[in-house]
Design a protein around this ligand. Structure first.
Ligand SMILES: C[S@@+](CC[C@H](N)C(=O)[O-])C[C@H]1O[C@@H](n2cnc3c(N)ncnc32)[C@H](O)[C@@H]1O
Ligand SMILES: Nc1nc2[nH]cc(C(=O)O)c2c(=O)[nH]1
Ligand code: SF4
Ligand SMILES: [Mg+2]
Length: 217
């Protein structure tokens, strides 16, 4: 059984695939925060911009089987009149790796979907995922040491400085590296910080949350 907060068609707003048509499947639950505001200050990840609690969002629900969930994802893709080419599903959350499994990936591949994930990098990636975006969180152990993209939200204060952290990630096996300004009250200064760091360290590119700018989901 899969617990899904919401399923919606949109454009990927972030990272290397920004602008690409996709269905987002947001799983409920995360291993780094309960999702309750009263727990935010004591959570391992404290800057989350997302409601991932429960299954009450648009297109959300409990899906008994991989087939049921894959059918719902296919319906969401078709709901925009999109054709059969370039089918793309992004699993996010919450933390998708608490629920995504090989069976679901296989069923989606049979339907012609490429499968992407947005993960905090603390859990093992199942076989068959076509695009892995890892977004590490200071204070959580990173175990996904290879990925198609690394998307570091800035700033984050851990025990090492931001540039030390970036230097460490530059030596690792990530095909693309992005800095994404942390949304919240300091978005403007966080964006300036990210811009300056991308200019100084050209292995990194800027990822802005473009869906928020244009008011889509
Ligand atoms: C809501 S998370 C869900 C996926 C997964 N749990 C993770 O953290 O990667 C989706 C993406 O949004 C990013 N994100 C979360 N809160 C953010 C914020 N306040 N500002 C910018 N990016 C944020 C995360 O780092 C991650 O790349
Ligand atoms: N359009 C759009 N792009 C996204 N890229 C990553 C998202 C996420 O919440 O994981 C996200 C999201 O919520 N919406
Ligand atoms: S790990 Fe991802 S989903 Fe979990 S609280 Fe942090 S940003 Fe939100
Ligand atoms: Mg989001």
């Amino acid at each position: 059984m899969y617990t899904v907060k919401e399923i919606f068609p949109t454009l990927q707003g972030e990272g290397a695939h920004a602008g690409r048509a996709a269905v987002f499947c947001r799983f409920a639950g995360c291993n780094l925060w309960s999702g309750r505001e009263e727990d935010r200050a004591t959570a391992i990840c404290q800057f989350c911009d997302t409601d991932f609690v429960g299954s009450d969002g648009l297109g959300g629900g409990k899906f008994e089987t991989a087939n049921d969930l894959a059918n719902a994802i296919e319906l969401a893709w078709k709901s925009t009149s999109a054709g059969p080419q370039q089918r793309y599903v992004v699993f996010t959350g919450g933390e998708p790796l608490l629920q995504l499994d090989e069976v679901l990936i296989e069923v989606l591949h049979k339907k012609g979907f490429e499968v992407a994930i947005e993960t905090n990098g603390t859990l093992k990636v199942p076989k068959g995922v076509d695009w892995v975006c890892v977004s590490p969180k200071a204070g959580a152990e990173l175990i996904v040491l290879q990925a198609n993209e690394m998307k570091l939200v800035v700033p984050q204060n851990g025990h090492e400085s931001l540039e030390q952290l970036m230097g460490r990630f530059e030596k690792m096996d990530y095909r693309n590296r992005f800095l994404q300004p942390m949304d919240g009250p300091n978005l403007k200064s966080n964006t300036e910080l990210a811009v300056g760091l991308c200019q100084k360290r050209p292995l990194w590119r800027l990822s802005i949350q473009s869906h928020k700018l244009i008011g889509i989901r």
